[in-house]
Design a protein around this ligand. Structure first.
Ligand code: NAD
Length: 247
């Protein structure tokens, strides 16, 4: 299997869960230090920027050669993008958010499909977000990009389902870790409110009044890739403790 941006954060939790179950796991990341650490932990790994078509094309060949086959692709790479009211947002930052969050998934699927077609249990899992089901004030490029991921998922589920290739998305709520802390701080600056207050709002988004853990997302990825999910296709699975409004 391949996990993009699998050397840190949610991607590393997913890669670790599959490796612990005995899967051959290849991870990529744009950050060479994270890739070296992943190699030291026993993963096949390479530096690759998902938003660079040529790099993804080369990566696909490398993955096939090193793993000798491919059943599962987890399109996990994605950035938070800029926070702010729409009229203040920079066009380049907007485009970069789409380049990584949407075009990155397109490139990976485009170049890895020929290898997935050889598998009898092929599964593509795209990381969307609760922001891909709901609106999120001040985070328009991120939310729009994650809705695009759901559109891509539902379309490819129909396009590839007849070949037995399942395509699903995971929509995590706010996941405990450094990234969500940075998002909370950016939101507090935008709202001119104390960070602790905005942090409480982020916890209260979930009916469980707590953040999601990266391992919760890994559990959903393992389930979606497994034969237990063999008739689940084209779904955007929420792992957010039941969230109906995002701050
Ligand atoms: P993260 O910000 O912790 O980043 C993980 C890794 O992505 C980093 O090691 C980084 O180097 C790598 N990366 C960044 N740009 C890349 C690129 N162009 N190519 C390859 N690798 C790149 O991310 P995370 O919080 O673990 O999120 C993983 C996925 O889950 C993303 O798609 C994100 O949008 C989604 N998600 C996250 C949260 C959350 O609260 N963290 C919530 C919902 C959805």
């Amino acid at each position: 299997m391949l996990v993009t941006a699998g050397a840190a954060g949610i991607g590393l939790a997913i890669a670790t869960a599959f490796k612990d179950l005995g899967a051959k796991v290849f991870v990529t990341d744009i950050n060479p230090e994270a890739v070296r650490a992943a190699q030291d932990s026993g993963f096949s790994a390479a530096v690759s920027d998902v938003s660079d078509e040529e790099q993804v094309k080369n990566l696909a060949e490398q993955v096939e050669q090193q793993l000798g086959g491919l059943d599962v692709v987890v399109n996990n790479a994605g950035i938070a993008g800029p926070t702010g009211p729409i009229e203040t947002l920079d066009a380049e930052a907007w485009k970069t958010t789409f380049d990584i969050n949407v075009h990155g998934q397109f490139f990976c699927i485009k170049y890895l499909l020929k290898f997935l077609r050889k598998s009898e249990c092929a599964s593509i899992i795209n990381l969307s977000s609760a922001a891909g089901r709901l609106g999120m004030a001040g985070r328009s490029p991120y939310s729009a990009s994650k809705w695009a991921v759901v559109g891509l998922t539902k379309t490819l589920a129909i396009e590839l389902g007849g070949e037995g290739i399942r395509v699903n998305a995971i929509c995590p709520g706010a996941v405990n870790g450094p990234r969500i802390q940075a998002v909370i701080e950016a939101k507090a600056t935008m709202l001119q409110r104390p960070v602790a207050e905005v942090s409480d709002l982020y916890h209260a988004q979930s009916s469980l009044n707590q953040l999601v853990e990266a391992e919760d997302i890994a559990n959903m990825a393992v389930f979606l890739a497994s034969q237990m999910a063999q008739r689940i296709n084209g779904q955007a699975m929420a792992v957010d403790g039941n969230t109906e409004k995002l701050y």
